[in-house]
Design a protein around this ligand. Structure first.
Ligand code: SAM
Length: 261
């Protein structure tokens, strides 16, 4: 039977986390016990995961979890896999207000719920609402929220939402319909990724409708594609003052913060 070390010495993609997943051991444990021989059942399970990973299925969809900020979140094929870039939105939002300020926040396109839930965990007194159009994604978000109090709503962006918020935050779909990057993202939901010819269809809708749903001096905080900041800034200028443009940790333009005029 094959030993852990045979797999570890192979060039199989993500073999260490795959072994850890199947054997329910951490990396250090795998190395200490690298003489362990996998049972037939474990080998069958591991080989099936290796096959899926080789076909390009992201590791997060195999494990069912992805880390974001300081927690693990359940993910399924109905939710986008959280990206480290999106942690930027959390830091910007937290910096906007004093720790004890009570504010209302709307997370648009919540997916697995990472933004709404992380903010709720960091600021217990914030009143948080989260919207998504996808029922299955909302189910995952609700499971991730556990007992965290968030008002989840199934809705098409801001259509017929009458409430006003202090902060609207969104990581909307922003990829161009014919982008070459979509090939690498084929296992993630198209609805979470693609936004028309220029990738700006959803961002446009959000920017145009947000003024009706923001309190006086309210903020709109958006994640966007690395090449979209100038265009978005222009669209925002009708109703908003641009507060700040942000780069992600790879120094790519990635987020924009605007305040209602
Ligand atoms: C890029 S994903 C972001 C998910 C999550 N907030 C994150 O950062 O990982 C965009 C989300 O917008 C949702 N979405 C797409 N079209 C929508 C619409 N018309 N109304 C509301 N949500 C929508 C998708 O279902 C998806 O969950």
């Amino acid at each position: 039977m094959v030993k852990i070390k045979d797999y570890l010495n192979s060039k199989i993609i993500d073999i260490q986390p795959l072994l850890a997943l199947v054997l329910q051991k951490n990396s250090a444990n795998l190395i200490i016990n690298d003489g362990y021989r996998l049972t037939t059942k474990e080998k069958i399970k591991l080989d099936s995961l290796i096959e899926k990973r080789n076909k390009g299925v992201p590791f997060a969809y195999l494990s069912g979890y992805k880390g974001f900020y300081n927690s693990d979140f359940k993910v399924t094929c109905d939710t986008l896999i959280p990206r480290p870039e999106t942690e930027l939105l959390i830091d910007i939002a937290l910096d906007l207000y004093d720790e004890n300020q009570v504010i209302s926040v709307l997370d648009l396109g919540t997916g697995s719920g990472i933004i709404a839930i992380t903010l709720a965990n960091q600021r217990l007194n914030w009143k948080i609402t989260a919207i998504d159009i996808c029922n299955k994604a909302l189910l995952v978000a609700k499971q991730n929220a556990k007992r965290t109090k968030i008002n989840f709503i199934k809705n098409d962006w801001l259509n017929n939402i009458n409430k006003k918020f202090d902060l609207i935050i969104s990581n909307p779909p922003y990829i161009k319909i014919n982008s070459k990057y979509l090939k690498e993202l084929k296992y993630e939901p198209t609805k979470a990724l693609v936004a028309g010819k220029e990738g700006l269809d959803d961002i446009n809708k959000i920017i145009n409708n947000a003024p009706n749903n923001l309190n006086k001096n309210g903020y709109l905080l958006l994640e966007h594609g690395y090449d979209q900041q100038a265009k978005i800034s222009k669209i925002l200028q009708t109703n908003f003052n641009i507060i700040k443009k942000f780069k992600d940790y790879n120094t790519k333009n990635r987020a924009i913060l605007a305040q209602l005029k």
